[in-house]
Design a protein around this ligand. Structure first.
Ligand code: HEM
Length: 185
């Protein structure tokens, strides 16, 4: 390829990827995520996008406390790979990569069970009675306390939110669902 064509193509690719990048900044921009599911009459929205080998997820909720999504439980909450966001009105956001050892918990952080914290980035914000929590992690982290997230097809999840920020306080609402990761069965 002649050199004069290379620069415009490289520039185009850079613009393209910036337009489709997820910014893990605690706000959800229009078109930022590829897919969305809504539970509890919109009180818990889950959005996701896969870029290469990385999963980006966002929770947008009316919760006054923590928000969480759990991947592939066996029964109720057991053996679910959970990610918690604890976003205060002011001050730093916290996130925990956890694993539920039993049907009704407990769900200690992976790092307390010999695993690792696999979150690559996270951020959160509260405004207008809603909380947004965003995070990213590899689809396959290699940690035994993380489920492998598929790029396509069905993926079983649980969701929950609480009325305070304590990591051990039970949810005010919880439910389970099956995501279609690329929007198709
Ligand atoms: C923070 C500490 C937590 C405690 C103490 C807790 C406790 C419990 C208990 C006792 C139940 C039995 C049913 C009931 O009493 O409502 C239950 C059910 C359930 N939990 Fe949790 N849980 C916790 C966190 C979570 C998280 C983080 C998730 C999801 C990411 C979750 C998802 C569920 C689901 C899907 C059910 C089935 C009940 C339903 O469909 O409403 N829980 N939990």
């Amino acid at each position: 390829m002649k050199a004069k064509y290379i620069i415009p193509i490289v520039a185009l690719l850079a613009i393209g990827s910036a337009a489709f990048a997820v910014d893990v900044d605690g706000t959800i921009a229009p078109e930022e995520y590829a897919f969305e599911a809504s539970y509890d009459r919109g009180n818990f929205r889950l959005l996701w996008k896969i870029s290469g080998d990385t999963l980006f997820m966002a929770i947008d909720s009316s919760a006054s406390g923590w928000v969480s999504v759990g991947f592939e439980p066996t029964r109720v909450m057991a053996n679910s790979d959970m990610i918690f966001g604890m976003i205060p009105a002011e001050g730093p956001a916290q996130a925990v990569d956890a694993w539920s050892t039993g049907m009704f918990g407990p769900h200690p952080p992976d790092t307390n069970q010999g695993g690792k914290d696999s979150l690559l980035s996270f951020a959160g914000k509260r405004s207008g009675g809603r909380v947004v929590f965003e995070f990213s992690r590899l689809l396959d982290t290699g940690d035994k306390f993380d489920k492998v997230v598929p790029k396509t097809g069905e993926f079983k999840i649980i969701w929950a939110y609480g009325s305070n920020l304590s990591f051990t306080a039970k949810h005010s609402k919880a439910g389970s669902a099956t995501l279609l990761m690329d929007g198709r069965k």
